[in-house]
Design a protein around this ligand. Structure first.
Ligand code: ADP
Ligand code: MG
Length: 287
């Protein structure tokens, strides 16, 4: 293969091979790596390691960036950037267990419940970022956006395709359930999506309202019951009871009745024969 006679020729071939292999980053760091070899700073094995590691890191970063765009995660939040000390009601280990992503394998629904500003969206996005880093496909949207897109697809006769598109992601994050009233027929459309994903893909849902209020949120108690039936079957419920991080510097301006948050209590899971009770993350998986 190599004649081993002319180092310049060999170097030229290495460059051409890196171009042929589309290893742009390795090509970029080739010269400085060679200089470090010449100066005796690193050996040949280290040099190979540097070239490959640089290339791999670049590719992984690029993949994560693309996946974030596909997921529509615009404001990147991380678990490292979450101050657990500010939210003592939240069990840090439970969130870290969720970051292990077994809930995606088990196709569960994770509910993050709590008053505004308590970090629900932050945690949902952070878990989404972990999933993307682990190579899983993720899609993030508010409930209002999802329903609007389903309603548009229905008008255009492409509802099945839209539901298929939203069902293809390993993790679907539905943010802000309960902030805006659901448009008439919206609950029904969302149910069709939830039903299509049921036991096929994982979801994270965030809400400032308790499950008992879903009838009101969706403007239809029958649809709300059917939704909760699916969404509480294989579910993890994380309740955050704390004050708003957004208002942390203005606590004295917030009225007392807003500061001391009412508890959002999950109702008993809907009765459905042969269904296991709610599990907490970390409990053994159902058979
Ligand atoms: P929610 O969705 O519950 O209304 P967010 O997750 O949007 O609240 O949080 C509001 C803002 O405060 C965001 O910018 C978020 O990053 C930040 N935030 C909330 N809780 C924490 C926390 N415990 N540590 C660090 N930042 C936080
Ligand atoms: Mg939010």
């Amino acid at each position: 293969m190599t004649d081993g006679l002319d180092p310049a020729t060999t170097l030229e071939r290495i460059r051409r091979n890196l171009v042929g292999l589309k290893m742009a980053r390795a090509l970029e760091v080739l010269d400085q790596t060679l200089r470090r070899i010449e100066q005796g700073q690193i050996g040949a094995v280290d040099a190979i390691d540097v070239l490959l590691s640089e290339e791999l890191t670049l590719r992984q970063n690029r993949r994560v960036k693309m996946a974030m765009m596909t997921a529509r995660i615009t404001s990147v939040k991380t678990l490292a950037g979450f101050d657990f000390a500010f939210q003592p009601s939240l069990d840090r280990n439970r969130i870290l267990a969720l970051a292990g992503l077994n809930f995606i394998e088990r196709r569960e629904a994770v509910h993050l419940l709590g008053p505004p500003g308590t970090g629900k969206s932050h945690l949902a996005v952070a878990l989404g970022v972990e999933a993307i880093k682990a190579g899983r496909s993720v899609y993030f949207a508010t409930l209002a956006d999802i329903i609007a897109s389903l309603a548009k697809a229905e008008r255009e006769g492409s509802l099945r395709e839209r539901i298929r598109f939203l069902s293809a992601f390993a993790l679907l994050i539905v943010d802000e359930i309960g902030y805006l009233p659901v448009v008439p027929g919206g609950g029904n459309l969302f149910f069709q999506l939830v039903n299509a994903r049921y036991e096929r893909g994982a979801m994270i849902l965030t809400s400032n309202r308790g499950f008992a209020e879903w009838g009101e949120v969706f403007g239809d108690p029958v649809v709300a019951t059917a939704l909760l039936d699916r969404l509480l079957h294989h579910a993890v419920v994380v309740q955050i009871e704390g004050s708003s991080y957004r208002l942390r510097q203005h606590a004295e301006l917030v009225p007392e009745h807003v500061r001391s948050k009412a508890l959002i209590t999950p109702p008993p899971a809907p009765k459905r024969r042969g269904r296991p009770p709610l599990r907490r993350e970390g409990d053994p998986a159902p058979a």
